[in-house]
Design a protein around this ligand. Structure first.
Ligand code: SAH
Length: 343
């Protein structure tokens, strides 16, 4: 049995076999074909839309790779009011989006009370929709409060499962241990939970990627977000090379075969590095796209990396553009809420 067939049927390989798959392009076409078949067997050609609201670029953390880190001087800071956030949701609902993703830096301005107020309001206005949070590390009790107010999904990429590598990407006050623990807590509370990592982040080795896959096996995330690292000006990593599109696509396929049920976005970072990046991501096994719903005046300020695409377009244009891309890749945008399909 070929290594790709083994991965498809066992949903697993030895570390050595995974390293082989990761480190060569020899299996790429077979991998992509198998991943697309598996994705079709679970999700058909369906692609889910997640309306992304980047509501603050203030952040108390200082991650070395991120353009909106605390010590970044180049970033012009903004935060959206509750009314502005609700305005984005209204527009999203009009465009037919059934999921709102509230993403931001870790901004203490949004106290637990304020977040609960915003979440509850969205929940009562859009009872059928999913509310996804992506606002970093919080205490168990805070995660539980947000869940009780009506948030139902949480995206928290673990960034890298290897402690030593984590230490090279983050200041000493942050810990891989705590970040991983957050994912288990989110799952326990009942969130549909998303993990993930950057591909080609500085100092990442193939063995680190195997650790990421192993860690995700232990979490069994509902969503898995990966995208290439892209350098951001004014950060310690501004001169590091971007991650590889090819490796990102290969990993999307490997992840689809290891986690057939997973909701996997074809990310903006992929589209930033390659004009057809998001279409290729879908063909490699991804089944989610995340159109931007933020007001255009803020778009270019949420600059977690350089040259981010889709910063000049109104939300409606983003939708049309993505619809065309999804269609041209051979898939279908569906308007269901898009919950995970585990069997
Ligand atoms: N504050 C939230 C949201 C972070 S931004 C949190 O802590 O989860 C969302 C993701 O963007 C991050 O998890 C990271 O994986 C990715 N990201 C940050 N900087 C990046 C860069 N320079 N290139 C590519 N992706 C990056």
């Amino acid at each position: 049995m070929s290594i790709v067939e083994k991965l498809r049927s066992h949903r697993d390989l030895t570390d050595e076999e995974l390293l082989t798959l990761i480190c060569t392009d020899e299996y790429d076409s077979g991998l992509r074909r198998a991943a697309d078949e598996v994705r079709r067997s679970v999700y058909g050609t369906d692609v889910y839309l997640r309306g992304l609201i980047e509501f603050t670029n203030y952040c108390k953390n200082d991650c070395f790779y991120c353009g909106i880190r605390r010590s970044s001087r180049s970033s012009q800071r903004y935060r959206m009011s509750k009314e502005e956030i609700l305005g984005c949701c209204r527009q999203g609902a009009e465009l037919g989006y059934r999921t709102f993703v509230l993403q931001g830096g870790e901004d203490p301005y949004y106290t637990d009370d304020l977040m609960c107020d915003i979440i509850s309001e969205i929940r009562s206005l859009y009872p059928e929709n999913a509310v996804t949070l992506s606002i970093g590390e919080k205490s168990y009790d805070t995660y539980r409060r947000f869940f009780e107010c009506g948030a139902n999904r949480y995206l928290l990429r673990h960034e890298t499962a290897d402690e030593t590598h984590y230490g090279k990407l983050h200041p000493a006050e942050m810990s891989a241990e705590r970040r991983k623990q957050c994912l288990f807590e989110l799952k326990e509370i009942g969130y549909q939970t998303g993990a993930g990592f950057m591909v080609g982040s500085p100092f990442q080795t193939p063995a680190n990627i195997v650790s990421d896959l192993r860690f995700m096996q232990s979490v069994s995330p509902d969503m898995i977000g990966i995208g290439p690292f892209i350098p951001a000006k004014g950060t310690p990593f501004e001169s590091f090379p971007a991650g590889s599109v090819e490796l990102t696509l290969r990993l999307i396929s490997i992840i689809r075969l290891m986690f057939p049920y997973a909701l996997i976005p074809s990310t903006t970072a992929l589209g930033t590095l390659s004009p057809q990046g998001r279409e290729l991501g879908l063909k490699a096994g991804a089944n989610v796209v995340m159109p931007n719903l933020s007001p255009v005046e803020y778009r270019d300020k949420y600059s977690i990396y350089d040259n981010k695409i889709c910063t000049g377009e109104e939300s409606a244009q983003c939708k049309t553009c993505l619809e065309q891309r999804v269609k041209s890749a051979g898939y279908t945008i569906v308007d269901s809420v898009g919950n995970v399909k585990r069997n």
